[in-house]
Each structure stands twice: as C-alpha cells, then as structure tokens.
Design a protein around this ligand. Structure first.
Ligand code: CA
Length: 227
C-alpha cells in the first residue's frame, strides 16, 4: 500500500540507496539508518510499518538490533525482514527465532524484495481479521500476539506464533513443511525444512502439556489435532 513507512538499516551506502530508490518508486516512504543504534532510535520515534535489517552492521549486529526491537514494547509489533549476505541455516534460524518475520539473502533483485515486503505487510493485515482462536486449552489472540496454554502465558517468537496460528486456523489438516513456510511467509521462500522442525519443537515445548496436540504426521508434515 503506498504511503507505508519502511525503515532500512544498512551500512553500505550503495545498497541502502538502491533499496530506497526502488521502494520509493513503489510509493513507500523511506527512513534510512546506517548503523544499528541509529536504526533503533528511528524505529522508536517513527513507528515504521516494516524494518529491513542488515545483519552485518558496524556497531551492533542485526541480530542484536532485532532482539532489541522485539523486546521493546513500542517496536515489537513492527515486522522485520533480515538482509543477509550469509546463507547458513544458523544465521537464518537465529534471526527467525529472535522474531524476524522473513529474511532475504544478498544479492537480491528489487522485484523479489518488493514481493517479500508486500507479503509480510499483507500478512500483518490478514492477522488482524481473525482476532481469537481457541482450541483444546490453547487460546491465541492474533491481534495482541498473545498465547495462553491452560491459562498460562506462552512466550512465542513471531515465527512460532505465525505457524501455530496457521495450524490452529485449520484444525485436523496436515501441512507439509513447504506449505507451512508458504503459509507464514508467502510464496518463493527458500525453504530450509530443518527450520520448520526447529520451530515446531519450540512451539511444542513452550505449550507444555498442550504441546502434544501439535502432531507429527510421518512422511507428510504437521497438524494440530482437531477437538
Ligand atoms: Ca552491512
């Protein structure tokens, strides 16, 4: 949607300007930071609709910036897309576990960048439309990003939350790892199947006794047991 504010945190001038140029051409409003601390200040003061966050920054690295954004009450709801030159699973998983919504591996085309941004922003809007899901003793407040299991608060990362929300919206349905990735991140996501398994393990553990309702269907994928 034109007019949405995007904060780019990237120390490399040419990349920052290239991203800004392409996004401004699409009608987005750009905020630019060349280091992590500057980015955190701009995020708090301007409440952007989305943050594009480079991992390799001169002061504090992008993973730390992401952690700070997701811990701060005033910025935790802002979706983050990590920009990474590395394609190792460990960096991607770290970013996602810290609550980043998506990542893009450099070099990327402007077309891919814009598609990912749209997918993440659209997902945020869609989440607003189904406020509360209740299944077994699990209660998911989509709008507030809050989950309780047997009445106790459960602290999920943004990605864990999205996966649980997707499974719980379709009880009894089995989703393959690829379908789960597609559902929470839009199309054309470079899938690491292991990252889905890691997220599911995390969700089960955090849900405690309710974790048993997240079932593995061997050779197929995962589902939440229907009531
Ligand atoms: Ca960099």
């Amino acid at each position: 949607m034109p007019g949405e504010k995007i904060l780019v945190i990237e120390d490399e001038h040419d990349i920052r300007e290239l991203i800004s140029y392409n996004l401004e051409s699409e009608g987005y409003l750009l905020l630019k930071a060349s280091c992590g601390n500057e980015g955190l200040v701009l995020a708090r003061e301007n409440q952007p609709d989305l943050v594009l966050l480079d991992i390799m920054l001169p002061d504090i690295d992008g993973l730390e910036v992401c952690r700070k954004l997701k811990r701060d009450e005033s910025t935790r709801e802002i979706p983050v897309i990590m920009l990474t030159a590395k394609s190792e699973d460990s960096d991607i998983i770290s970013g996602l576990e810290l609550g980043a919504e998506d990542y893009i591996t450099k070099p990327f085309s402007p077309r891919v960048l814009i598609a990912r941004i749209r997918a993440v922003l659209r997902r945020n809007v869609e989440e607003d439309e189904t406020p509360i899901i209740e299944i077994h003793e699990i209660r998911i407040d989509i709008k507030k990003h809050e989950v309780t299991a047997c009445g106790d608060g459960v602290n999920l990362s943004a990605t864990e939350f999205a996966i649980l929300g997707h499974l719980a919206s379709n009880p009894g349905w089995v989703f393959s790892r690829n379908q789960i990735i597609d559902a929470v991140r839009g199309q054309n996501y470079p899938v690491t199947e292991r990252s889905v398994d890691v997220q599911i393990l995390g969700i089960r553990k955090k849900l405690g006794s309710q974790g048993r309702f997240i079932e593995t269907v061997r050779g197929v994928g995962y589902r939440i047991k229907s009531e």
